[in-house]
Design a protein around this ligand. Structure first.
Ligand SMILES: Cc1ncc(COP(=O)(O)O)c(C=O)c1O
Length: 478
């Protein structure tokens, strides 16, 4: 009896859809015949019913099967009968376009989390529900009425939020700016998207950190960019190589995440900050400073951003609410020269007419409120607590098998596995044991590294999650 292959990179539902299509074309299910029910197929194939529902939806979209209410799912007569009607080949369309799909490991993790809600999640890069300022936001929403106008807002962003950010950036990040140099985006992700799509052209060379969050984003490849690696060590990114890379490849832009970098958790040293700025200004290169984690500094004294010590205006600074408050609000911001902000605001107006005004209003009120500072203090304490739980669990369960540096801020812990294991096998075994993490290769590193995010799991899940991971790892290196 055929069963889908869980080691295969192709999603289970696609494998099932292909298998059923093959059985139909071999005549096992003739046109008009009834297929087994979703429940029965799920049982036979050893998958969740939702996976079979997805496979049927795929086949339905291709016109291969049809559902008749009350009488189940049948092989389509029109597609396979004498007078075929031509349904569009949706699969080919879905594989078309210039936007690459997400990386297979990330899709697999998402699928596993959707299928099994009891998995302990060390993969999602966000805060757990109890760390978000929900009570505070609820209070603010009840105290403040909706904005008086619910039409399209300025594509650069809701003015009161940009005004609140001017104060926030000055107070918390030492960045002096004006509302006209700020663009509100749907998370920092949209800032990265706008930059890669609108300020760069296919074939342009960019320098990115290795490993880095950017590698997890096929968005860079979708924009046709050529990526060149700058190694990251304990002091953060090494800017030395920029000069030679520029000479060889004409680097157009540098992307960096200097504070509690995703995935390594490193903080860029003072010396490297000056060096990076010096090299960029010498070569006339812009730097994109992606800074979503700085306010999670556990000591509460975040390093000044490059933007605050940038003497000649070569930095595009990106910030976000996601890692310090709530990723679901989708509030991010960019601070850049006005000409850049104007250009990107025009592009984003063509894409979506701007972000909804409601989360922008919530964010503006929260930033201005007396709740913001105590929230940050609590957040830092809780993240430190979770980090310590993770360190303790790793030292207890895997002292002989894993090495790591302890991050002083942020959400992530980067670990090196002492014995070589196959990333894919380790992930599948971990899913079997009930835990997910992100294999390091997603971020551009060689295999043998893992990223644990400790912000997303509940505190009481961290120890048991590492017990499960340790079981998976030991299973593979036995
Ligand atoms: C370094 C970095 N930049 C940007 C993002 C995107 O975050 P968001 O769009 O939620 O602000 C992430 C998310 O993990 C990140 O780690």
């Amino acid at each position: 009896m055929w069963k889908p292959d869980r080691q295969n990179k192709k999603p289970l539902y696609e494998q099932i859809a292909d298998h059923i299509e093959q059985r139909i074309s071999y005549g096992e299910f003739p046109p008009g015949s009834l297929l087994p029910s979703e429940r029965k197929l799920a049982e036979q194939l050893g998958v969740n019913r939702s996976t079979v529902i997805l496979a049927f939806a795929e086949l339905r979209s291709m016109g291969i099967i049809e559902s008749r209410s009350g009488s189940g799912t049948c092989v389509s007569n029109t597609k396979w009968g004498a007078t075929p009607k031509h349904t569009p080949n949706w699969k080919r369309y879905a594989e078309g376009g210039s936007f690459l799909p997400n990386l297979p490991f990330l899709r697999r993790i998402r699928e596993a989390l959707n299928q099994n809600t009891s998995l302990i999640d060390f993969a999602s890069g966000e805060l757990s529900g109890d760390l978000a300022p929900l009570d505070e936001i609820t209070k603010l929403m009840s105290e403040h009425p909706f904005p008086s106008y619910l039409g399209y807002v300025n594509p650069q962003g809701y003015v009161p939020l940009r005004q609140a950010l001017v104060t926030y950036l000055d107070q918390y990040r030492g960045i002096r700016t004006t509302e006209s140099s700020i663009l509100i985006t749907s998370g920092s992700q949209q800032s990265l998207y706008l930059i890669t799509q609108c300020l760069l052209s296919p074939g342009d060379a960019v320098a990115i950190e290795d490993p880095s969050y950017s590698y997890s984003l096929p968005m860079f490849q979708s924009a046709g960019l050529r990526l060149f690696r700058l190694p990251v060590d304990r002091e953060g990114v090494c800017p030395e190589e920029i000069r030679s890379l520029h000479k060889k490849h004409r680097i157009k832009m540098i992307f960096t995440n200097p504070n509690f970098q995703n995935p390594t958790g490193t903080l860029l040293s003072e010396q490297r900050r000056s060096q990076l700025l010096e090299i960029a200004s010498e070569l006339g290169l812009p730097i994109v400073e992606d800074d979503p984690y700085s306010l999670t500094d556990y000591e509460g004294i975040p390093r000044p951003p490059l933007k605050s010590i940038d003497p000649i205006g070569s930095i595009i600074y990106i910030g976000s609410f996601s890692k310090i408050a709530a990723s679901g609000l989708r509030i991010g911001w960019m601070v850049a020269p006005h000409s850049i902000v104007e250009r990107l605001a025009d592009a984003r107006q063509q894409m979506d007419f701007g972000l909804s005004v409601i989360p922008q209003q919530v964010a503006a009120q929260f930033l201005k409120s007396s709740y913001f500072e105590p929230h940050l203090e609590r957040l830092r304490m809780q993240l430190l607590f979770k980090r310590d739980l993770l360190v303790e669990a790793l030292n207890k369960e895997l002292p002989d098998l894993i090495q790591f540096n302890i991050p002083q801020g942020g959400h992530h812990m980067w670990c090196k596995l002492i014995s070589a294991v196959n990333d894919s096998k380790l992930l599948e075994e971990a899913i079997k044991q009930g835990v997910v993490f992100v294999p390091g290769s997603v971020y551009g590193s060689d295999s043998g590294f893992v990223r644990f995010t400790f912000a997303r799991a509940k505190a009481e899940e961290i120890g048991p999650g590492i017990v499960r991971f340790a079981k998976a790892l030991r299973e593979l290196i036995r």
